[in-house]
Design a protein around this ligand. Structure first.
Ligand code: ADP
Ligand code: F6P
Length: 319
C-alpha cells in the first residue's frame, strides 16, 4: 500500500480535524502518501480529492468542524454511485481509506471493505450512539458546550424563578442530556431510553419550590417521547411554575474540541492507519476504558448502545 485516503462523512463533530491530522501525519511518518477526500462519499464520487501534506493539517487540531467538509450522499448508496466511488479510488491510486463519521458512514466503509477495498471506520459524531466504543469523537465537546449553556440559562431561571427546558441533540441517544445533566446539576433529565414519570418530576419541582429553590433546569433529549411544547404545558399545569424552552441546536456541533476529544481523535486516527498498514479491513476503531479497540464493522454496529442506568439514577438522586 502506497497511498491512503481520508474522508469525513455525516454530521460534523468537534475533533474530526484532530483525527484527520492524526491520520495524515501517522501515514506520512510511516512513509505513505495521503489523499484528502472532500465532502464525504459524495466528494469521492465526484473525484473531489487533493494530496495532503504535513503542513496541510497544520493549525487544525484546535478547530471544530472538518477541513475536508462533510456530506450525506444518497448517490453513494446506489449501485451506480458505489461503483463510481470504487473507480475513483482506483484512478487516484488510493489503496486504503479511513472514514470518520457515525454509524451510516461506518456502513459505507463496511460496504467498501466487502467489495475488496480496505476501509477503516472512526467514530465521529457528537451523539455517542455507537455501542462498541465508550466515547465518540465530538461527544465530550458537545457535553461541555451544553454545560456552558446550562450555566447561562440558570441565571435567567433563578432570576425569573422559571423552569427552563433545554432541548439537546443526540438523535435516539440520551447521552448528551445525561452527561451534561449530571455535570450541570439538572433537576430533570428526559431521554429516549428511560420512561418519563411526569408526576414524579413535577412533585420534585414543587418540593424544590417549597424549600425556596429558584432555578429549575430540565434537559430534554431530542429523541425523547415527548416534545418540549407538551412538556412545558404539563409542567405549568401541574406545578404552576412558569416555564420556557431553549433549543440549543447546532451550537452543540461546533466549537473548539476539548482536550479529551483531541486526544481521543489523535489516538484513534493513528490506530486506523496502523490497521490499514497491517493489512486489516472493515474494522471500526474505538475506546473501551483506556484501551484502543477495533472490531469488525458489522459486529461493532450490532453492539447495542445502552444508556448508563446507574448514572441516570445517580443524577436523579442528586437533583
Ligand atoms: P452518520 O455517519 O453521521 O450516521 P448518515 O447516516 O447520514 O450519517 O450517513 C452518512 C453517509 O454514509 C450517507 O449519506 C451515505 O452516503 C453513507 N451511508 C449510510 N448508510 C449507508 C449504507 N447502508 N451503505 C452505504 N453507505 C451508507
Ligand atoms: O448526528 C449528529 C446530529 O447533530 C444529531 O444529534 C441530530 O439529530 C442530527 O445530527 C441533525 O442532523 P442535520 O445535520 O441533518 O440537521
Amino acid at each position: 500500500m502506497k497511498k491512503i485516503g481520508v474522508l469525513t462523512s455525516g454530521g460534523d463533530a468537534p475533533g474530526m480535524n484532530a483525527a484527520i491530522r492524526s491520520v495524515v501525519r501517522t501515514a506520512i511518518f510511516k512513509g505513505f502518501e495521503v489523499a484528502g477526500i472532500k465532502r464525504g462519499y459524495q466528494g469521492l464520487i465526484n473525484g473531489d480529492i487533493e494530496d495532503m501534506t504535513i503542513s496541510s493539517v497544520g493549525g487544525i487540531i484546535n478547530r471544530g468542524g472538518t477541513i475536508l467538509g462533510t456530506a450525506r450522499s444518497e448517490h453513494f448508496k446506489t449501485e451506480e454511485g458505489f461503483k463510481k466511488a470504487l473507480d475513483i479510488l482506483h484512478i487516484f491510486k488510493i489503496e486504503g481509506l479511513v472514514v470518520i463519521g457515525g454509524d451510516g458512514s461506518m456502513k459505507g466503509a463496511e460496504k467498501l471493505s466487502q467489495a475488496g477495498f480496505p476501509a477503516i471506520g472512526l467514530p465521529g459524531t457528537i451523539d455517542n450512539d455507537l455501542g462498541y466504543t465508550d466515547f465518540t469523537i465530538g461527544f465530550d465537546t458537545a457535553v461541555n458546550t451544553v454545560l456552558d449553556a446550562i450555566g447561562n440559562i440558570r441565571d435567567t431561571s433563578s432570576s425569573h424563578e422559571r423552569a427552563m427546558i433545554i432541548e439537546v441533540m443526540g438523535r435516539n441517544c440520551g447521552d448528551i442530556a445525561l452527561y451534561a445533566g449530571l455535570a450541570g446539576g439538572a433537576d430533570g433529565i428526559i431521554v429516549p431510553e428511560e420512561e418519563l414519570d411526569i408526576d414524579y418530576l413535577c412533585e420534585r419541582l414543587i418540593k424544590g419550590k417549597n424549600r425556596g429553590k429558584q432555578h429549575n433546569i430540565i434537559l430534554l433529549s431530542e429523541g425523547a417521547n415527548i416534545t418540549s411544547k407538551e412538556l412545558i404545558k404539563l409542567i405549568e399545569e401541574k406545578t404552576g411554575i412558569e416555564s420556557r424552552i431553549s433549543v440549543l441546536g447546532y451550537i452543540q456541533r461546533g466549537g473548539t474540541p476539548t482536550a479529551n476529544d483531541r486526544i481521543l481523535a489523535s489516538k484513534l486516527g493513528c490506530r486506523a492507519v496502523e490497521l490499514l498498514l497491517e493489512g486489516k479491513a472493515g474494522r471500526a476503531v474505538g475506546i473501551k476504558g483506556y484501551d484502543i479497540v477495533d472490531y469488525k464493522i458489522d459486529e461493532a454496529l450490532k453492539m447495542r448502545d445502552e444508556l448508563d442506568h446507574d448514572m441516570f439514577n445517580l443524577a436523579l438522586m442528586l437533583s
